[in-house]
Design a binder for this molecule. Sequence first.
Ligand SMILES: Cc1cc2nc3c(=O)[nH]c(=O)nc-3n(C[C@H](O)[C@H](O)[C@H](O)COP(=O)(O)O)c2cc1C
Length: 197
Amino acid sequence: MRKDCTDLFEVMGRRRSVRSYLPDPVGEEDLNRIIEAACSAPSAGNLQAYRIVVAKDPETRRRLADACWGQRFVAEAPVSLVFLAEPAVSARRYGTRGAELYSLQDATIACTFAMLAAHALGYGTCWVGAFNDEAVLRAVGAVGAGLRPVAVLTVGRPRASPRTTGRRPVEEIVTLDTLERPFPYSASDPRLRRPSM
Ligand SMILES: Cc1cc2nc3c(=O)[nH]c(=O)nc-3n(C[C@H](O)[C@H](O)[C@H](O)COP(=O)(O)O)c2cc1C
């Protein structure tokens, strides 16, 4: 039996975007766990203003890949999770801010939790954000439901080791107290470091 990788820093540090998949299915128990992880994420007012469509059917996956401007690995992955913001749910309590910001953030962090959980279970994932919104809605039968697609998360066993991407230098991104003052960053956990960080 495969052992879960439960060290959060290990999981975050080892994750890479995977764009080539084996046909091996994602186990039902694993899929349920990934979904539980997504739904356990925090959300504004605990409203969970999103929907998740689990795309397993090959025809649905093919249509999703087309919707993602022909990114073929989307059809290759045995499962994709489609995260859709549900603005009306958040708008009921938070008005425009709920509709335009919180619902997107709710869906985004749910997807993040799912991505890390899938990786902890030994799957590869890729966050796909380049798609035609209407085509994604059509692919998952959600036209006219008031939903906005936020992310397509592919999940499956990696076919090959994905490449390691670098990161911008921390100093370019992080400051102390104000935007101008440098933050005295020093490297801490080698597992989390990427080239040029
Ligand atoms: C919002 C967002 C949108 C993305 N869209 C795509 C996409 O459409 N296609 C793709 O292949 N990768 C996509 N990615 C993955 C990034 O390219 C990837 O995370 C980045 O290059 C860093 O590599 P790493 O994930 O291996 O660390 C997206 C990632 C994010 C967070």
